[in-house]
Design a protein around this ligand. Structure first.
Ligand code: NAP
Ligand code: MG
Length: 525
């Protein structure tokens, strides 16, 4: 039988996809990561107006590898003076039109080049990410670096497919509604997914024709600097993308307060997000987009496939060491399921036990810093003082490595008024709260200042759909968790922020609408 064109196309797509996966797998297994980590030369200077430069003050700050406790790099400590130079370069590039006035197909070509260069440098990008953050190299290659390239490609492909509008005003006038780049974008990002979140900002910002000044988190500058080097190689003109490394309360604040920055897009804690609103109010009323913290509820009912739910519950909290804004950190479990469900979770905790992030078999790495590790341990102790008990894990491990690692942990007998149920722990700590009715589960789920994500497990489609409608969160999964795609918007309700990353909706953050009204004199209508 001859395969239909559709089937042949599907087979071809499958082959192409598996070829990419094979290349990625080979990178993970064939690279000697320990040796590569020893040999790699690190770029530690800021990137301003197309060049790597030291901070004007000459100052630097130290980055320690969180998996070994050893010195990793001295990074340029930019301050207000460097930020000002970067903003001026960004403004000059914007006003010159060297980027925004390029034909859309040309901007697209350059950004596609950039995405391809990221793929050619996948191993290096991934290694930098792992050295800085302690996340497993397998995930840095497979997820972080790969998805960074995919996101840039996706936004590049949008550039020449976006149409403007004509308002319906009859024949005597032509009323055009067009989207224009805003100007200079300040992007301030956290350390938990540096490549991924940076791509969420740079993709739409640059695709729309803006210039950008990026401030990475002090813990994760290295991959951002590599992205900048690749941007230059790809043909992004000098001044269009700048990276100011430095401390939040100095470089971050200077960017937030700068009178010539048009918009700040921020991902990080709710506490610092609040500061950016103040900076805006105190400076030039710049536009602000905020992607903030979370304490996402993960509801498991007795109508669920419990085995499958347990796997998702485990990855929802323990993936990336629990350092995920949308981590499913509150398990809401229907009463009566506890013993069975904890037994299902234990093998996953065993599988996700922490290990050396440079070992390709490791699935859970180091926390970001000793200070953060202490904070997470304090929360585990606090939970017990509040009346919770440790059902799984609960301890720091691998101290002999010099790094900071915590076991996958579950606290049970938790009530929603405890601090461990209300505050973002940002580590591998799941709190388990039991409920009797779905009504109660929804009430507990929504009783939080956050609203980033939520999930419900139920094979009763009516129950699941009703719950999804009532959960106050920017993303709700039914019978899944953390399934994502660049074409689905991501962002928060309530104090998890406003504005959306990803999808075409992200362009709203980086463009402004212009109405051009052309009166048609001599119209016969
Ligand atoms: P953070 O402390 O709020 O820092 C985020 C960024 O803001 C960093 O670049 C930081 O620089 C900078 N910053 C810190 N203090 C500042 C100040 N006073 N003025 C201006 N900038 C300042 O957050 P983090 O610890 O890096 O990341 C963890 C947080 O991010 C969690 O709350 C998590 O939920 C949230 N997050 C949210 C999302 C989302 O999409 N909603 C995604 C990931 C993470 P320094 O690092 O140099 O201080
Ligand atoms: Mg910080």
């Amino acid at each position: 039988m001859v395969a239909s064109p559709n089937i042949r196309r599907r087979e071809k797509n499958k082959k192409q996809k598996s070829k990419i996966q094979e290349i990625i797998l080979n990178i993970i297994t064939d690279t000697n990561w320990q040796q590569y980590a020893k040999d790699i030369k690190l770029e530690t200077r800021a990137f301003i107006d197309g060049h790597f430069v030291d901070a004007i003050s000459g100052g630097t700050f130290e980055r320690i590898n969180p998996a070994t406790g050893k010195h990793l790099a001295q990074i340029a400590a930019c301050d207000a003076a460097d930020v000002d130079v970067a903003v001026r370069a960004a403004r000059a590039a914007f006003e010159s039109g060297v980027w925004r006035d390029l034909k859309p197909t040309e901007r697209k070509r350059i950004m596609l080049n950039w995405a391809n260069l990221m793929r050619e440098n996948l191993a290096e990008l991934a290694l930098l990410e792992t050295l800085d953050t302690g996340k497993p190299i397998k995930e840095s290659v497979n997820v972080d670096a790969s998805s960074c390239a995919n996101t840039i490609q996706w936004y590049a492909e949008c550039i020449d497919k976006m149409y403007d509008e004509i308002a319906p005003n009859g024949n005597s006038s032509l009323v055009m509604v067009s989207r224009e780049a805003i100007g200079v974008v300040g992007a301030v990002v956290p350390w938990n997914y540096p490549l991924i979140i940076t791509a969420w900002k740079l993709g739409p910002a640059l695709a729309a024709g803006n210039s950008v000044v990026l401030k990475p988190a002090e813990q994760s500058s290295l991959s951002a600097l590599k992205l900048a080097a690749l941007a230059k190689e790809a043909g992004i003109p000098d001044g269009v993308l700048n990276v100011v490394t430095g401390l939040g309360h100095i470089a971050g604040q200077a960017l937030g307060m700068h009178p010539d920055v048009d918009v700040i897009v921020f991902t990080g804690s709710t506490e610092v997000g609040r500061k950016f609103l103040e900076y805006s109010a105190k400076s030039n009323i710049k536009r602000i987009g905020l992607e903030l913290g979370g304490k996402s509820p993960h509801i498991v009912t007795r109508n669920a496939d419990l085995e499958k739910a347990a796997m998702y519950v485990a990855y929802a909290i323990w993936y990336n060491q629990g350092e995920s804004c949308n981590a499913g950190s509150r398990l809401l479990l229907e009463r009566g399921l506890r013993d069975e469900f904890m037994a299902l979770l234990k093998p996953w905790a065993e599988r996700l036990k922490p290990g050396d992030p440079l070992d390709p078999s490791t699935e859970m790495g180091a926390l970001i810093s000793p200070e953060h590790c202490s904070r997470v341990l304090e929360y585990i102790a606090l939970g017990q003082q509040e009346g919770a008990s440790v059902a799984i894990g609960g301890a720091q491990v691998l101290q002999e490595s010099g790094g900071v690692f915590i076991q996958p942990t579950v606290l049970e007998n938790v009530t929603n008024n405890m601090r461990v149920a209300r505050e973002e722990i940002f580590g591998p700590v799941l709190v388990c709260i039991e409920f009797d009715t779905l009504e109660e589960a929804i009430q507990i789920a929504n009783d939080s200042e956050y609203g980033l994500a939520a999930a419900i497990w139920s094979n009763d489609i009516n129950q699941a759909h009703l719950a999804a409608k009532r959960l106050r969160a920017g993303t709700v999964w039914i019978n899944a968790f953390d399934h994502t795609s660049v074409n689905a918007p991501f962002g928060g309700y309530k104090q998890s922020g406003f504005g959306r990353d990803k999808s075409l909706h992200a362009f709203e953050e980086y463009t402004q609408l212009k109405t051009t009204w052309l009166e048609l004199h001599g119209s016969t209508v």
